[in-house]
Ligand binder design. Structure first.
Ligand code: MN
Length: 232
């Protein structure tokens, strides 16, 4: 038998301690801040947490130039706290959930908002709006031994220096413990999984040439510049 072509190597995220984190899967939480749920036209009090996924290959490191993606004219930023998992588990009890966390990072859940909203209206999957090349910029992963567990702290996003999102991760509707507990009832969590925990209010569009910076208190920022369109 012949291996028909070389498989892609694992995507490697960098940690603040100079190590590499092999990325397995990317889970994302939808509508996890009340003000953002409202700006998306939804009732934050009634909707239970839900998840969607992205390919590991969507991860790009902070400092990257990301191409303006095809098939959209409404390309949005979403600043998010990202949780890095390094211990497998299913049906993880709340009291043990944080034991599965290696550390935390800043990140961006980049979104083709026009495609996402059209899919939502039509009751179709969100993949085309959420899961595309370079859609998940990620900052350095800071281990818990360095920064502890994050349940409070400012989260902020700027575009070309202007503040667009400003909130506190204490405002997460479902905090990290709940996110892990609920997710582990549906999937066997694995070392290498990343969880993007949702974005606060203030999402909006970017265009070629814009520089986006996500900061969360205690973590390294994620900085990306939007490059020319893929098909330009
Ligand atoms: Mn998001």
């Amino acid at each position: 038998m012949t291996l028909l072509f070389e498989p892609q190597p694992a995507v490697r995220a960098k940690t603040s301690t100079g190590d590499e984190f092999p990325v397995r899967r990317v889970f994302c939480v939808g509508r996890n801040y009340a003000e953002h749920a409202r700006e998306m036209g939804k009732d934050p009090d009634r909707d239970p947490p839900f998840y969607f996924t992205k390919w590991a290959e969507t991860i790009v490191p902070s400092g990257s130039t990301i191409a303006y993606p095809p098939a959209t004219s409404n390309y949005h930023y979403e600043a998010e706290l990202v949780v890095a998992i390094d211990r497998p588990g299913r049906n993880i009890p709340a009291a043990e959930a944080l034991d599965h966390v290696l550390g935390y990072a800043t990140g961006l859940d980049m979104t083709r908002r026009d495609l996402q909203l059209k899919a939502r209206e039509q009751g179709r999957p969100w993949d085309s709006g959420k899961n595309f090349e370079q859609a998940s910029p990620l900052g350095l992963i800071h281990p818990v031994s360095e920064v502890g567990h994050l349940s409070t702290g400012a989260i902020k996003l700027t575009v070309n220096g202007e503040t667009k999102q400003s909130a506190d991760i204490a405002d997460l509707i479902w905090p990290v413990t709940d996110i892990i507990t609920f997710l582990s009832r549906m999937y066997h969590l694995e070392a290498g999984d990343l969880i993007y925990t949702g974005t606060p209010a203030g999402v909006g569009p970017v265009v070629t040439g814009d520089t986006i910076v996500v900061s969360i208190a205690g973590l390294s920022p994620t900085t990306v510049t939007v490059g020319p369109a893929v098909d330009a």
